[in-house]
Design a protein around this ligand. Structure first.
Ligand code: BGC
Length: 245
């Protein structure tokens, strides 16, 4: 059994748990530390070290980050401190913890986990996952293999970045009814459907808990389901990714 510590770096909390990457099970209760104010690289790295210490971890670590992560380096910072751009996050966290740390985008991690153990388990072909939260994250997985850093949340749609049109933050800020939110999301998903012809779409992020309110209002030819792993998807996907390397 491969045991890897999965860590999910989010805007409000940094959460971790050891994961059995064969079953996707968490091997201990998740531990959460609030994301430090400002969330600079140095401050976040310290929290990641504290999480490793909490579990007395000495093995490999997988970590998510909410930005483009190309070969360990952050190349964007839409909703995080701009100081992350150009930072080799893998190097930073490996140095701070003294452990081997692998890093990938947060939505990519959720996509890997949902395909292996969650809402898209057993689904052959192309799975598109979108996480709707402060921003919009995306993952594209074909027969279990991820195409990393798709970043559909930054695709221009109706004159805006998609995440400024149909994220959960926009729904709250503009006080959109479920009908109006479903209309925006439906348009966005039909566009992505036309480009990628996925076999299944999975919707994650906090708002997916309320999917009964808006999913039935969306007309698509592709089946669409809410994410299953919710709180643990990032942790499990980060551990899986570290296990693949
Ligand atoms: C970031 C993505 C991230 C998504 C969800 C977007 O603003 O650009 O990298 O996956 O938010 O956190």
């Amino acid at each position: 059994m491969a045991q890897i510590l999965g860590i999910d770096i989010g805007g409000s909390g940094i959460k971790g748990a050891p994961v059995d990457t064969d079953s996707g099970d968490l091997l201990a209760e998740r531990h959460r530390i609030p994301t430090p104010q400002g969330a600079t690289p140095a401050a976040v790295a310290q929290v990641v070290r504290q999480l490793c210490e909490h579990f007395s971890w000495t093995g490999p670590v997988g970590c998510t980050f909410p930005a483009i992560i190309q070969h360990g380096v952050a190349l964007s910072a839409a909703n995080v401190d701009k100081g992350w751009i150009g930072t080799n996050v893998e190097e930073l966290l490996s140095k701070e913890t003294g452990l081997r740390v692998s890093v990938l985008n947060d939505a990519d991690a959720a996509g890997l986990a949902e395909v292996a153990f969650g809402a898209a388990r057993g689904q052959a072909g192309v799975v598109l996952l979108l996480t709707l939260g402060t921003g919009i994250g995306s993952a594209l997985v074909n027969d279990g293999v991820l195409v990393p850093n798709t970043e559909f949340g930054h695709m221009e749609f109706r004159g805006k970045e998609l995440e400024h049109y149909a994220s959960d933050r926009v729904r709250e800020e503009e006080d959109l009814s479920w009908e109006r939110f479903a209309k925006r999301l439906g348009r966005s998903l039909r566009y992505l459907e036309g480009l990628f012809s996925p076999d299944l779409i999975v919707l994650g992020g906090g708002v997916s808990k309320k999917s009964a309110e808006f999913l039935p209002l969306i007309e698509l030819r592709t089946p669409i389901v809410p994410a299953k792993l919710r709180n643990s998807a990032g942790i499990v996907g980060a551990a899986m990714h570290a296990g693949l390397r």
